[in-house]
Design a protein around this ligand. Structure first.
Ligand SMILES: *Cc1c(COP(=O)(O)O)cnc(C)c1O
Length: 402
């Protein structure tokens, strides 16, 4: 049977991204299947006792137990590592499992973490409430201002953790500047890149040390499974991340890994089209709603910085309606095509009201500090025809008198 070359980095690292997305990481079984197989097996067998011992010593390659390795999961990890240009990747059961593993494996009691203020709701809970319970000091800063990181650095700062564009306000962080500040103080830069995907932004090339994803979003992108991923240097992965997650077990099932693996084959096509749609929709909205924010529009206050880090404006638009919650809920209820849903990065266009859903557990002051007001809406643009999306938004805006 002809061998696949998908697991041979010496070959796959030279492939162009489109080829990596289709063939990177593929390992064929002796049946010669075209599409990658799903290995739904918790354990693995050995030819003899010494083989088992050698694998446990880490001297022989091979599977031992699916909390530690699984062939389908490894194919996904290899494909993602290629896509990101990272030495190593590990996937996890959800984006939050990835974020938690990344932070808990690196930080210990007495360490300090700086987090970006505008962030996914659960990431803020992790930084504000969960890490401090374990003796980890945390500070959140306005991440639009790189100097805010410099001011917050302490001798025990081990890491900075940020999103760009940030959820849901689309704040942009100057990755090169923040990386210089963090590295001068001996801290690692950890970036939640879920809103951009590796198609739009590659933080490792801009100075980040570790990149984490909710693969639930653009990577699956069809609203089916939850998944997460962490990418970074081999040494950190082995000594920090795996030392923690091998024994705490936040792993991705082989089935869900397979769904995401297959989705990656179309990632570039989907993300490119969704970004084109988002730009068209943002152009339309900006004529009708003064508070339209989209990194790809010149009216975004950090447009130039966004375009120096991102290959496109992304797939998310934020709207600030002046009429508060009533007007925001009114717009959602008037939509006929676009769904009300708090997910993002889906092939369907989805809209949500963060103050009453994703960020409802935060205080009003904390929300306002990060830029979410009662009239804020988040629109995740999908793969429908942009003109149908514009027609729906047009009729919904008219229905509420805008
Ligand atoms: C969705 C999301 C997460 C959490 O991912 P899950 O897969 O839902 O656990 C983290 N960060 C960002 C920016 C997200 O959009």
């Amino acid at each position: 049977m002809k061998k696949t070359t998908g697991q041979d980095r010496a070959i796959t690292a030279r492939w162009r991204p489109a080829t990596q997305m289709v063939r990177g990481g593929t390992a064929r079984s002796n049946y010669g299947e075209t599409s990658e197989a799903i290995f739904l097996s918790s354990g693995f067998c050995y030819d003899n006792a010494e083989e088992a011992a050698a694998r446990f010593r880490g001297e022989a390659k091979g599977m031992t137990y699916s909390r530690l390795q699984n062939p389908t999961v490894e194919m996904l990890e290899e494909r993602l590592a290629l896509l990101e240009g990272a030495e190593a990747c590990r996937v996890s059961a959800s984006g939050m499992a990835a974020m938690t593993g990344m932070l808990m494996s690196t930080l210990s009691a007495g360490d300090h973490l700086i987090g970006g203020r505008a962030a996914f709701g659960s990431c803020r809970v992790l930084v504000d409430n969960i890490l401090p319970r374990f003796g980890i000091e945390t500070t959140t800063v306005d991440a639009r201002d790189a100097q805010a990181f410099a001011k917050a650095m302490r001798p025990n700062t081990r890491a900075v953790f940020l999103e760009t564009p940030a959820n849901p306000t689309l704040d942009i962080v100057d990755l090169r500047a923040v990386a210089d500040i963090a590295h001068n103080g001996g801290a690692l830069v950890m970036v939640d890149n879920a809103f951009a995907s590796p198609i739009v932004q590659r933080p490792l090339e801009l100075g980040a040390d570790i990149v984490a994803y909710s693969a639930t979003k653009l990577m699956d992108g069809q609203g089916r499974v939850l998944a997460g991923a962490v990418l970074g240097p081999e040494e950190w992965m082995e000594k920090s991340y795996l030392a923690f997650t091998r024994h705490t077990g936040p792993i991705l099932s082989a089935f869900n890994a397979w769904v995401v693996l297959k989705s990656l084959e179309t990632l570039e096509l989907r993300v490119t089209r969704a970004c084109e749609n988002a730009l068209k929709v943002a152009r339309f909205l900006s004529q009708r709603v003064p508070g339209t924010l989209y990194p790809g529009l010149e009216s975004h206050p950090q447009h130039a910085l966004a375009m120096s880090q991102m290959r496109a404006g992304g797939t998310i638009i934020a709207l600030h309606l002046e009429g508060g919650r009533a007007e925001a809920h009114g717009l959602l209820d008037a939509l006929q095509l676009i769904d009300i849903s708090n997910n993002v990065g889906d092939s369907r266009t989805l809209m949500t009201h963060p103050a009453s859903t994703t960020h409802a557990s935060m205080s009003v002051e904390a929300r306002e500090e990060m830029g979410i007001v009662e009239g804020t809406l988040r629109l995740s643009v999908g793969l429908e025809d942009a003109d149908d999306l514009i027609d729906d938004l047009d009729q919904a805006l008219r229905a509420i008198g805008l």
